[in-house]
Design a protein around this ligand. Structure first.
Ligand code: HEM
Length: 415
């Protein structure tokens, strides 16, 4: 729940006193204060498929219940991903970077199939020792007895190192990946002009094009760039489409896992009984990891665009309208998940959540993300009996990614 009980109470009062048709769950300030929850609770109870006529992002439908989200995802013939997958509309033509998450079949299916082998069981097994040694090094180098930012020192560092491995990206240059990922998902308008952002993304494209050229001339290998460069359906890809897919994989493999690592620490801090349960029985990590991912829901929503009129929850969605599936809400739907507000590490069906989406676009990297989180927590549990969270987390202003910018912690000297 919200970081601050008084703020949460005020939000609840507002949620239940606002006329239903005026509720706008996309307001990003509420994602900074983590006070959006009661608005979704009200929609789930009173108007689960809800139309918002006016918002910063134009008119949109909200789908807030678990089963309705699954229904939208399943009808991908009606609910298209083409061109836009979040409530934000693409800015203009020269910045558009097509990628397969924002495509429909058949092109989506072919491109997805090209990169899927990166997360085959064999590849995951190959990656595991490297992830473990990198996690161990990062944790062993943490300062003891003094405050530090968990986001920077652990969550960012680990996911960026993993990403460098997936791309076989020059390791010493890995922080470029983090920079480009942030650039792609953060509103930079305060610090950069659109032209500057564009120039940076072009620099990213040029860098990856260089790696692409090297991989084309080398035998096929098990990294993502080589797979794209040698894939029958992807080797002739236009530059902007290549860049789009690279950004997809950077953001997909970076921010989501990063925020699950931070989210897990917050969940345990708020629920010390669950941490004690895990310490007493580390085998529970297998169900703990999906519960962290459900509880955090790093991707707050995905958006579709209706191609045809469709009846959902007694409402008629009209062709051309924007439909937002709120995973943050579906994962708190008590008609689908028992006691969904609670963080419970030994649920019977821990993978019954929509954090990875559903259907043909369901996350390609989910097993990799789960494996990475499991290794990190195994290594944390081995080392640190206590990690103190010293302050409220600083959250990203975004209704798309449920993300943390900073979390100040301390590992006590006695630990
Ligand atoms: C906890 C971590 C993660 C979460 C919560 C997450 C979440 C998601 C979600 C919600 C979608 C869209 C699903 C839909 O539209 O139905 C997605 C798609 C995708 N994810 Fe992830 N993701 C995570 C980690 C990763 C990782 C580690 C990678 C890759 C290295 C990755 C790569 C992708 C790709 C390529 C897609 C597009 C799939 C498609 O359109 O067919 N993700 N992810």
């Amino acid at each position: 729940m919200a970081d601050d009980a008084a703020a949460f109470d005020a939000a609840r009062a507002e949620a239940y006193s606002t006329p239903l048709d005026k509720i706008d769950v996309s307001l990003q300030d509420r994602f900074v204060t983590d006070t959006f929850w009661p608005f979704f609770e009200r929609l789930r109870r009173e108007d689960p498929v809800h139309y918002c006529a006016e918002s910063e992002f134009g008119p949109y439908w909200s789908v807030t219940k678990f089963d309705d989200i699954v229904e939208v995802e399943t009808h991908h013939d009606v609910f298209s991903s083409q061109g836009a997958i979040s409530i934000y509309d693409p800015a203009d033509d020269d910045m558009q970077m097509p990628n397969f998450i924002a495509m429909d079949p058949p092109k989506h299916d072919v491109q997805r199939k090209t990169i899927a082998p990166i997360v085959s069981s064999d590849n995951l097994a190959n990656f595991a020792p490297l992830i473990r040694s990198r996690a161990a090094k990062i944790l062993d180098e943490l300062p003891i007895g003094e405050p530090f930012d968990w986001v920077e020192r652990v969550s960012v560092e680990l996911t960026v190192q993993m990403l460098a491995t997936l791309f076989d990206f020059p390791f010493e240059e890995r922080h470029k990946l983090r920079y480009w990922s942030d650039l792609a998902v953060t509103d930079m308008s305060d610090v950069m002009t659109r032209d500057e952002v564009h120039a940076e993304l072009m620099a990213c494209a040029a860098y990856f094009k260089g790696l692409w050229d090297q991989r084309v001339d080398a035998p096929p290998a098990n990294d993502l760039i080589s797979m794209l460069a040698h894939g029958e359906s992807t080797k002739e890809m236009p530059l902007m489409e290549f860049l789009g897919n690279i950004i997809l994989l950077i953001v997909g493999g970076n921010d989501t896992t990063r925020n699950s690592i931070t989210g897990g620490l917050i969940a345990f801090t708020q629920n010390p009984d669950q941490l004690a349960k895990l310490r007493a029985n580390p085998a529970l990590l297998d169900s703990t990891i999906p519960e962290i991912i459900r509880w955090q829901t790093p991707v707050a929503h995905m958006r579709r665009t209706a191609r045809a009129d469709f009846q959902l929850g007694g409402k008629t969605i009209t062709a051309g309208e924007k439909v937002v599936m709120w995973y943050v809400s579906g994962n708190r739907d008590d008609t689908a998940i028992e006691n969904p507000e609670a963080f419970i590490i030994d649920r019977e069906r821990p993978r019954h959540h929509v954090s990875f989406g559903f259907g043909i676009h369901r996350c390609v990297g989910m097993r990799l993300a789960e494996m990475q989180l499991k290794i990190v927590w195994e290594e944390i549990l081995k080392r640190f009996p206590t990690i103190e969270v010293l302050d409220k987390p600083v959250r990203l202003k975004s209704c798309f990614l449920r993300a943390y910018r900073q979390l100040t912690v301390r590992i006590p000297a006695a630990a």
